[in-house]
Design a protein around this ligand. Structure first.
Ligand code: AMP
Ligand code: GLY
Length: 437
């Protein structure tokens, strides 16, 4: 088989690794092509010098090179309609159509769908730049903090937690007058602040049937103890078994996933691909857990994918194909009894300004209890590996014994890697280790 993988960060590196290690890939002498960018991908794949957003060039490439399956990593090509374009040409592609991917690219559409199909989520109101008086009246009467969310895609930065009315007013001015997110922020949501802990759940679906991947927890803030600015994600671990039991799992299936897939179908937005459910779990004093949806994304998460795919024992490539071909009900998903922890090595300054082109040392010293996925690296003319982004490397420690050991394997290997101004959080997984211990 010939596979084309679109995107070039840590998530795509992990997807490429999982496809490459699928028995069906190896047996059929397959090849992966990946869009330009991350160095790690070049080791197992052939680079294609087309950007993930150049949809026509990508579909021409897929046709000319008889690509059997295209897999899309990031949300932007999905929101642009890459799946519709490929399907029109009879090309197989993993991911949702433009209309289905609006579950991520329009937060207003997503919230209205949740409301209509009784999916638990924070109470909300929607506004546009044309009804500012109403929004000011509305936010005056609320209990703080509140959450203000740009409707459209904003590279993970469009959610602001306003602690008081001044911050709320400032955020609304940023969205509507300063247009900090362009068109994406001219419509927005004001919603209730939810307490609890977050979980990410990935569902692979063909629109009717689905399988769930191991639960995982992201670490979005730059600083230890979840402090400081929001980032694309500074680490993750899986499974998040302390935080999910049989009862909660069933609630997630019956009150979130199933109504979402059914609702999308009814609305003419049949969803195929990976549905990312970002959940806030509320826990009552009696230990009862209730899921609330914070967001749906139309793709795999980053860096959660880096810890989820190493836990999948069954054939990953076949899983992706089952979604595309509508045969998920015949796919038997199996997992390893393992734990994974990903520590993101970033450039000092990220998520603000940072320097690039620092030489990375120690990649060859990493042990077999660890995987390293490249997120923002490049080769120098002298064949040295250099930093080339805010998030540079994902160090994924594995263990068959415990999460604690997976975390310690990550940090043991992090210590072997070095570049100037390397920054990482030292507490990835801390919530799981501390939970009720
Ligand atoms: P999102 O881009 O929707 O995932 O939001 C980014 C982050 O903001 C989430 O991961 C949460 O930590 C936080 N967040 C979003 N919505 C809420 C909410 N209603 N209550 C509390 N925190 C929220
Ligand atoms: N880890 C958060 C995301 O992928 O959206």
């Amino acid at each position: 088989m010939k596979i084309l993988l679109i995107g070039n960060g840590g998530r795509e590196n992990a997807l490429a690794w999982a496809i490459y290690n699928s028995p069906s890939f190896k047996e059929s002498n397959s090849e992966i092509y990946t869009t330009i960018g991350s160095l790690g991908l070049d080791i197992i794949s052939k680079p294609v010098k087309i950007k993930p957003t150049e949809i026509e060039k990508l579909s021409n490439f897929a046709k000319e090179n008889q690509i059997d399956l295209t897999v899309v990593g990031p949300e932007i090509p999905l929101a642009m309609g890459i799946v519709d374009e490929f399907e029109k040409l009879g090309l197989k592609i993993f991911g949702p159509t433009k209309k289905a991917s609006e579950i991520e690219s329009s937060k207003i559409l997503s919230k209205k769908l949740m409301q209509k199909y009784d999916i638990p989520t924070a109470k909300f109101e929607t506004f546009t730049e044309d009804n500012l008086q109403e929004v000011h009246d509305y936010i005056n009467g609320l209990r703080y903090p509140i959450v203000i969310k740009a409707d459209g895609l904003a590279a993970g930065k469009g959610v602001i937690i306003a602690q008081d009315i001044n911050e709320a007013n400032q955020t609304i001015a940023d969205f509507t007058e300063k247009e900090v997110f362009g068109e994406s922020g001219k419509s927005f949501i004001v919603e209730e602040f939810l307490e609890g802990y977050e979980l990410s759940i990935f569902v692979i679906t063909d629109g009717i049937d689905y399988v769930m991947l191991p639960s995982t927890q992201d670490h979005k803030k730059i600083g230890e103890g979840d402090t400081g600015k929001n980032t694309g994600g500074m680490g993750a671990y899986a499974p998040a078994e302390q935080f999910i039991d049989e009862e909660l799992l069933n609630k997630i299936k019956t009150s979130v996933i199933e109504p979402a897939l059914k609702g999308l179908n009814i609305e003419g937005r049949k969803y195929k691909g990976c549905l990312y459910c970002g959940l806030m779990i509320a826990e009552t004093g009696e230990g009862i857990r209730e899921p609330n949806v914070i967001e749906f994304n139309c793709r795999f998460g980053d860096p959660e994918t880096q810890v989820v795919v190493p836990l999948i024992k069954s054939d990953f490539l076949k899983l992706l194909l089952s979604s595309v071909e509508g045969s998920i009900k015949d796919y038997r998903i199996e997992f390893f009894d393992k734990y994974a922890c990903c520590v993101v090595l970033a450039s000092e300054g990220y998520p603000g300004d940072y320097e690039k082109r620092k030489v990375i040392k120690g990649l060859n010293e990493v042990g077999s209890d660890c995987l390293v996925f490249h997120a923002g690296t490049k080769l120098s003319d002298g064949n040295e590996v250099l930093t080339n982004g805010g998030r540079v490397l994902n160090v994924v420690g594995l263990s068959s014994n415990s999460l604690k050991e997976a975390i310690s394997n990550s940090y043991k290997n992090v210590d072997r890697i070095h570049f100037e101004n390397m920054y990482f959080r030292k507490d990835i997984g801390y919530r799981a280790l501390k939970y009720k211990s």
